[in-house]
Design a protein around this ligand. Structure first.
Ligand code: NDP
Length: 434
């Protein structure tokens, strides 16, 4: 902590992993001898850079750009870019650290990294976003590549931003290197199901958890926070599997629609028009909008899928969810549940899936996009979805089996942390003191 002062989210993420991996260290004294813990907590490389850009009125703005290349033991650094005013080194490091173990859990050859900027795309015109992305890439391009570091999207970085970033990379390098970014549009090297993958994957994971307990999503009342990339496609898959999502949100508040969130309306409001969530009720008059409201405290559900941001469910929210009959929590976002809330869920016997397992579908689909780019191939939607589902089943099975192996059946946090850690640690050990 003294080595990384003020990086609160990074400390939280490290503590959470270290709390669980002690039994693996007992079983593998060679990890401690080689100081794997100390090495794994130190990123291989951290890049911080200036991003100057001009708005539509000609005013100059200066933002800060980040890329943290955390660990390449298993493959090229891989992880998204986040554009949000809250971004600073502590957020990027927490995300990079989580990403490393998540990527390991997919069983695919990808290392861990993350990046972003404190730029706020909200309210900016397309041309302003383009100028920002071009300036950001003008520095980032020298650090990334198909075999070194492959960024993707995250909060505030969707298809539009990836397109501008890819265009500038191509222009600067004079290389059509499709595999340098994932989450690309289908017309220029993108892969089917990448856009849907994180949300779909989280619901596939939830379905596996419920199936293992002799249950299913069919007929369940579900709440999903956020209304961005992860949330929208989590809602879509819940509805396809027979559940009903009755509330979702953005940073301005939440909407409650007891008949079930109308996905077409939601996509119109959030994806096409880039409006605020309150606009949803203009199309669904029976639904209600709670400005600034907290959906966890106010909308009871059987299954909760937090898909907005870190630390959005605190102990009070967890207590309200438990009192409302929630039996299953699946993290679509990264670290949306505080440690106290996780403890309350465990004490109440609520099934809990940590993000590094449950939201790994996005990066798994990214790795499949890289595979298609490398072979100049493109797969159908159906085949890509089958591959995604198989990966999520595999991750679930691995977390479940590892928790049992270490005497903590049903503890998906321990299962995910130990299995992810073990994979990275073994590769680091084999590659010597690097
Ligand atoms: P988007 O930017 O598409 O959507 C984020 C959503 O969460 C928006 O509705 C946003 O509302 C809301 N939100 C963001 N910050 C806050 C906040 N501080 N308070 C309340 N609401 C907030 O991002 P994604 O859907 O891509 O990402 C969501 C989460 O999932 C993140 O934790 C991300 O790291 C994680 N994730 C994403 C993956 C992906 O493939 N995209 C892969 C794995 C994990 P508003 O618009 O008002 O800000």
């Amino acid at each position: 902590m003294q080595r990384n002062p003020g990086e609160l989210e990074f400390h939280q993420a490290v503590r959470e992993v270290l709390d669980s991996v002690a039994p693996a260290l007992d079983k593998h004294p060679e990890f401690a001898e080689a100081k794997i813990i100390e090495r794994i907590c130190e990123p291989e490389r951290q890049i911080i850079f200036r991003v100057p850009w001009e708005d539509d009125r000609g005013e100059v703005h200066i933002n800060r750009g980040f890329r943290v290349e955390f660990n390449s033991a298993l493959g090229p650094y891989k992880g998204g870019l986040r554009f949000h005013p809250s971004v600073y080194l502590g957020i990027v490091k927490f995300l990079g650290f989580e990403q490393l173990f998540k990527n390991a859990l997919t069983g695919m050859p990808i290392g861990g990294g993350k990046g972003g900027s404190d730029f706020d795309p909200k309210g900016r015109s397309d041309r302003e976003v383009m100028r920002f992305c071009q300036s950001f890439m003008t520095e980032l391009y020298r650090h990334i590549g198909e075999y070194t570091d492959v960024p993707a999207g995250d909060i505030g970085v969707g298809g539009r931003e990836i397109g501008y970033l890819f265009g500038q990379y191509k222009r600067i390098t004079n290389r059509y290197e499709s595999g340098v970014l994932t989450g690309k549009g289908l017309s220029y090297g993108g892969a089917q199901v990448r856009r849907e993958a994180t949300g779909y994957g989280a619901v596939f994971f939830a379905e596996e958890m419920l199936r293992t307990a002799g249950d299913s999503i069919d007929g369940k009342r579900v709440v999903v926070s956020g209304s961005g990339n992860v949330a929208i496609y989590a809602i879509e898959k819940v509805h396809q599997l027979g559940g009903t999502v009755v509330a979702c949100s953005d940073s301005s508040g939440y909407v409650h629609d007891d008949k079930g969130i109308d996905l077409e309306v939601l996509k119109q409001v959030k994806e096409s028009r880039r409006q605020r969530i309150g606009q949803y009720v203009e199309h669904r008059p029976h639904a209600t909008f709670a400005p600034g409201g907290n959906l966890w405290r106010n909308v009871p559900c059987a299954v909760a899928i937090p898909s907005a941001t870190q630390n959005e469910i605190d102990a009070g929210d967890a207590a309200a969810l438990i009192a409302g009959g929630c039996t299953t929590v699946v993290e679509g976002a990264n670290m949306p549940t505080t440690p106290e809330a996780v403890r309350l869920f465990a004490e109440a016997g609520v099934r809990f899936a940590p993000g590094k397992a449950a939201n790994a579908g996005g990066v798994a689909a990214s790795a499949l996009e890289m595979q298609q780019n490398a072979s100049r191939d493109s797969w159908t939607f159906e085949y890509s979805e089958q591959r995604l589902q198989a990966v999520m089943r595999e991750i679930h099975a691995r977390c479940h089996a590892t928790a049992e192996e270490y005497g903590m059946p049903g503890n998906y946090v321990a299962g995910a942390n130990i299995d992810g850690f073990r994979r990275v640690a073994e590769a680091m050990l084999a590659q010597g003191l690097i």
